[in-house]
Design a protein around this ligand. Structure first.
Ligand code: BG6
Length: 484
């Protein structure tokens, strides 16, 4: 059955996010048959004066990555590009948005599917400063004239504000125009395969149920590293810093999934209810449980002020004050210009009481979920060293996705999330109260950093970050293990 016409409108169509993420994700969905060409039209909207063809040419190179891509893929990308139309106009005047509405309506009418409902998905690949005027214009000029089964949905990208106050202001401005059920706040970490696996792992495996608590778990670490710096994003980055860029959203969302209680059901609202409770149970961060760093050379970027204190690295310990987690440090660590590129979750278990093998120094049980690259889960175990002697050694039970699921290609986060917005599934999107609770955790610290009360320690680009961070981990009880 046809769902009527589906218009996907990418605002900020010639920007980086749209070119690198949004359009390629749409193309992948199209390639896999999720976007029916009889129903779908795609629009790009931005300020620059471009023809349809000029926009298509800008996007083309991002769709098919492999050099010498197959002719089939090339042909498919050309067909996909033909679905895209461009409308130019400012972000704050009715004139441009009225033209956009006209273009959408014409397409809706031209397709035979227009007998069904009109569905309009507005993807704001824009800086948050223009969210309020753009939402207002969409509401006044482009909302579909209500028909049964039709809808208007808005997708917004982080950063949603800079602190609690600005985020709340943004939320109420957008909330005054659209219902929460129409607003999809993307956190692309929620679209990653192993992040989505978290609930299954925790609640579908008897093995973990009795272990997942303060009695057995010594600490939890959630780590993000990149082996490159800010690469020309200095203007944005220096205003936000690593806590707002990665920790307050991506890592905190992962923390919620690690720490939350079992939801009543898999309904998005039930899941998000539990996530909010975790965030609300986090107690204020202490300055002595924070290490900030800034890589040497960061200030050489012409858009970064010479005296910038903006952290490009941070380790913070969060403490969840509830029955399950009291006393367990949740270590969140993120850094740019580090020695490697990696994101993982490490659940470290407590020592075995009565250690008859005297093997404790070799390491503890640790369950590692590697989000990227090379998705994997592995459990570090102590086993007998094979051979005649009774020696112990640390080894791994290893589920590496590349080996185990050779024929499955893992979808891009954006692909999955855009598909969810079309289906109307808000599970993997951040709800307004979640956002508020997330800002409540970090705002006091962020303000202290801005006042220079917490300083960033210089570290060498390509290193592990400031050594003070390792010392903090040690103090928190994390036992460094070797290998793997
Ligand atoms: C973005 C940040 O949200 O996530 C970037 O703004 C960062 O600074 C990126 O590079 C990392 O995403 P991923 O999916 O490559 O881990």
């Amino acid at each position: 059955a046809t769902g009527g016409s589906l218009s996907i409108i990418v605002l900020g169509a010639s920007g980086d996010l749209a070119k690198k993420k949004t359009f390629p994700a749409l193309f992948n969905l199209y390639q896999q048959g999720f976007l029916n060409p009889d129903e779908v039209h795609i629009f790009g909207y931005a300020r620059s004066n471009l023809s349809d063809q000029e926009l298509r040419d800008k996007i083309r190179g991002y769709l098919v990555h492999v050099k010498n891509a197959s002719e089939k893929a090339e042909a498919l990308s050309s067909k996909f590009l033909q679905l895209i139309k461009y409308v130019s106009g400012p972000y704050d005047s009715e004139d441009g948005f009225k033209r956009l509405d006209k273009a959408i309506s014409e397409q809706e009418i031209s397709k035979k599917s227009s007998e069904g409902s009109s569905r309009r998905l507005f993807y704001l690949a824009l800086p948050p400063s223009v969210y309020p005027p753009v939402c207002k214009m969409i509401k006044t000029c482009c909302t579909n004239k209500s028909d049964v089964g039709g809808w208007t949905r808005i997708v917004v990208e982080k950063p949603f504000g800079k602190d609690l106050e600005s985020a709340e202001q943004l939320s109420s401005q957008i909330g005054g125009l659209f219902d929460e059920s129409q607003i999809y706040r993307i956190d692309h970490y929620l679209g990653k395969e192993l992040v989505q696996n978290m609930l299954v792992l925790r609640f579908a495996n008897r093995l973990f149920l009795p272990l997942w608590n303060r009695d057995n778990i010594a600490n939890v670490q959630i780590v993000f590293r990149e082996d490159f710096g800010i690469e020309g994003r200095g203007g944005y980055f220096d205003e936000y810093g690593i806590i707002r860029d990665i920790i307050q959203n991506h890592l905190l969302q992962v923390l919620c999934l690690v720490a939350m209680e079992k939801p009543i059901s898999l309904k998005p609202e039930h899941i998000r209810d539990e996530k909010v409770k975790v965030l609300q149970s986090v107690i204020p961060i202490k300055d002595e449980e924070v290490v900030l760093g800034q890589y040497e050379g960061y200030r050489d970027d012409p858009t970064v002020p010479n005296d910038s204190n903006t952290p490009t690295f941070a380790t913070t310990i969060l403490r969840i004050d509830n029955e399950r987690w009291e006393g367990v440090p949740f270590i969140l660590k993120a850094g740019k210009a580090m020695s490697s590129k990696k994101a993982d979750i490490r659940i470290q278990f407590k020592d075995v009481p009565g250690d008859i093998f005297k093997c404790q120094k070799q390491g503890r049980n640790e369950f590692v979920i590697r989000l990227q690259p090379s998705e994997a889960m592995y459990m570090k175990l102590t086993v007998k060293q094979p051979g005649l002697e009774m020696q112990t050694v640390q080894s791994e039970l290893d589920l590496s996705y590349k080996q185990r699921y050779q024929d499955v290609s893992i979808p891009e986060a954006y692909e999955r999330l855009i598909l969810d917005t079309i289906k109307g599934d808000q599970q993997h999107f951040v709800r307004r109260d979640e956002l508020k609770a997330a800002w409540e955790i970090f705002t006091p610290l962020l303000h202290r950093i801005e006042k220079g009360e917490v300083k960033s320690i210089p570290y060498k680009a390509g290193s592990r970050g400031p050594t003070e961070a390792d010392q903090l981990l040690e103090k928190a009880g994390y036992l460094q293990t070797h290998g793997y």
